[in-house]
Design a protein around this ligand. Sequence first.
Ligand SMILES: *Cc1c(COP(=O)(O)O)cnc(C)c1O
Length: 357
Amino acid sequence: MSRPLQVRINLSALQNNLAVARQHAPNSRIMAVIKANGYGHGVLRVARALANADGFAVIELNDAVALREAGLQQKILLLNGFYDVEELPVIAAHNLAVVIHDQEQLGMLAAVSLPKKLEVFLKLNTGMNRLGFRPEAANAVLAQLKKHRLVGGITLMTHFAFADVKEGIAEQMERFNKFAAGVNLPKSLANSAALLRYPESHAEWVRPGIMLYGSSPYGDVSAGELGLQPVMTLASRLIAMHELQPGERVGYTGVFTAEKRMKIGIVACGYADGYPRHARTGTPVNVNGKITRTLGRISMDTLCVDLSEISDAAVGTPVILWGEGNPIEEVARAAGTVGYELFTKLNPRVPVIETHD
Ligand SMILES: *Cc1c(COP(=O)(O)O)cnc(C)c1O
């Protein structure tokens, strides 16, 4: 038998989660965010499974080109636009839309000739203070874009910094709407957290990412409560078992000490697979359908679990590190991170199996 660790990608769950997005935003077009290799799920795999999305958003030009070469006809948006003049002919040739967020990009546009016009998303900085023009500066940029020889359609866009927490979107919405009020152009604002909670943010295009992969964007509402199904399940098996005596310790530097006689199991999964090394003792793990906890340090290729309450465990017993039966949000919380990071750090050495459950 080969190493039992594998990642299962449930394509039906992707479709379910897209349907949840549609139910919440029935009058908007959906731009599925599939940057970072589809949040670690495989960019082409996800795009094909979500073929009835209205568009796709990526960061990487080579991913956008691969989507076109795979025959996808939808709108494809480069979320950070372009970084270099040399990208522009490739962008035009593949009919990609670009975010314009900085004056430098306008300079690059002035320096090329292209066989056709580009579709652009003008990004406003309404409070995230990451990418985008401040509303005060955006008027002049919009005027420039409107008469630009290389610019076709224009969509106004912004990104929320607090949609997933109590502060919400009101302040950023107000700044955006003030700018957009007199401007008759399509708009795109909502990420997953805004899509699910704030209908007033929906407009022409919504941009869900994390929810499509079945993870809740909120700390206080579970994916299940939102009707989302986990797409990625990281699954392995027990490859060894031991009985510890009181006072015996587990793993590197012995950070866990047994207080009583106890059974432990060793799982084929470690930080070289993308499991977070900072997961503390107590991180939830599903063993044979029951939630138990990790013990001690995570190693490169293995981790240790508590079998005290899992009486039927044996070598070969199935283990779910995250996904179905073990929400990734809770694993992430115990490791001081978010599901987004766990998804995107999955190591390519883990074999992928597609399912349609
Ligand atoms: C990543 C990203 C999204 C998707 O965000 P989620 O929280 O995953 O829904 C939307 N818009 C922009 C600009 C992004 O960078």
